[in-house]
Structure formats: structure tokens, C-alpha cells
Write a protein that binds this ligand. Structure first.
Ligand code: GSH
Length: 208
């Protein structure tokens, strides 16, 4: 049994989607970020930076923090979506997501959506970067069915929930036809729909 320490954010959803995709039994322990539960000592003992997602695999009592590390662990454990022969490409696109796409879109969320009017410089800077991320992902997906080649992988699972925040990006997903094709294809997967709404609150994947 995998225990997922979760909040319904893009980083949390990467892991609930992966757990649904690989069909492993899991239970969710919610961490209420707005109530500062991430700073509880018990949680910090498995998540030293006080962040979700984190998992504990109760089969072997291993705990893992950082979404990329968790996806790699679950990919290796299940033998799914992390093809041994394609690891160089998968790792590249996965790490690009955790080190660049996520953090920079996250800054765009903060300046453009949650705190508009507080910094013109921040708003402009991260809006521009967010548009560049859309453009660059679109260019990649013009050449490749999925981010790391022909097969759906943990790199797509990591990136999808961030693009699913497109309504607050105000960039216009429909203008990027390859990114749109990829988004719509992944949106239809049963495991993605279930993982996106793993708290069963009726959260639906935003349509473009
Ligand atoms: N690099 C981390 C980022 C995780 C992260 O930023 N999680 C956010 C929610 S999406 C969080 O727990 N924030 C709580 C806080 O910063 O206090 C990962 O990919 O797992």
C-alpha cells in the first residue's frame, strides 16, 4: 500500500495520476497547506522542505519526497511509463518539468493570478516566460507524439497537471495546436480523470 501525502495542486496531481495509471493500491493523507500542516514535525521527517507530494511505500517502509523522484520510483516499481530503453529522453523531459516548467509557471501563477498589481516587473517577466514555455512545448510536440517520444511516460504525467492550469495562464492553449492535441489526448485517459479528482470532489479537467 502506498500512502500519498497530498493536496490538490499540480504537483500533488502528478502522483495521484501516476498511481491511478499504474493501478497500485494507495491511500491519501491530505496535507492542508492553507493550515500550515506541511510544517508539522511528523510530516517534515519525511519531507524536509515541507512540501507535498511525498509518499510512503508501506511494503518496504520507504518514504520519498520530490515529485520527480516519486515518479521515477513508481515507474521502476511498476515497470510502467518509464521504459528502460528510453530513460535518457524521459529523464531529460522529466527534469525539465520539475526544474523549469513547474517552478516558472508557478511564478506566473503567483504574479499574474494570485497577486496581480503587486509587481509589474514580476508579472511581465513570468508572463513572457510562461508564453515561451507553451511555445517550446508546442515545438517539441510538433516533432514527437509525447514529450519523450512515441510513448506516454512519467515526463507527460509530470507536465500535464501544470498545463491543466491553462485557464489561469491567460495564454490561450488553443493557439498551440500540438500542445492542444497532447493535452486533449491525455485529458481523455480514464486514469488521468480519476487521478485528477482523487479526492472525489468533482474536480474536472479544464477544457481548452
Ligand atoms: N519540487 C517540489 C515542489 C513541491 C511543491 O512546491 N509543493 C507545494 C504545493 S504544489 C507545497 O507543498 N507548498 C507548500 C509550501 O511551500 O509551504 C516537487 O516537485 O515535488
Amino acid at each position: 500500500m502506498i500512502e500519498l501525502f497530498y493536496a490538490n495542486t499540480p504537483n500533488g496531481r502528478k502522483i495521484s495520476i501516476m498511481l491511478e495509471e499504474i493501478n497500485l493500491p494507495y491511500k491519501i493523507t491530505q496535507i492542508d497547506l492553507s493550515n500550515s500542516e506541511q510544517f508539522n514535525q511528523k510530516f517534515r521527517s519525511i519531507s524536509p522542505f515541507s512540501k507535498i507530494p511525498t509518499i510512503t511505500d508501506h511494503e518496504n517502509n520507504i518514504s520519498i519526497f520530490e515529485s520527480g523522484a516519486i515518479l521515477i520510483y513508481l515507474g521502476e516499481k511498476s515497470g510502467k511509463f518509464y521504459d528502460k530503453k528510453n530513460r535518457i529522453l524521459i529523464n531529460q523531459w522529466l527534469i525539465a518539468q520539475v526544474a523549469y516548467v513547474g517552478p516558472l509557471l508557478g511564478q506566473h501563477h503567483q504574479f499574474h493570478h494570485y497577486n496581480p498589481g503587486t509587481s509589474k516587473w514580476g508579472e511581465e517577466r513570468y508572463f513572457k516566460i510562461a508564453k515561451t514555455i507553451y511555445k517550446d512545448l508546442d515545438e517539441r510536440l510538433e516533432k514527437s507524439k509525447f514529450l519523450a517520444g512515441n510513448e506516454y511516460s512519467i515526463a507527460d504525467i509530470a507536465t500535464f497537471p501544470w498545463i491543466a492550469r491553462h485557464p489561469i495562464h491567460d495564454i490561450g492553449l488553443k493557439k498551440f495546436k500540438n500542445l492542444l492535441r497532447w493535452y486533449e489526448l491525455i485529458s481523455k485517459r480514464e486514469a488521468v480523470i480519476k487521478g485528477y479528482d482523487c479526492l472525489k470532489k468533482g474536480d474536472t479537467i479544464p477544457t481548452p
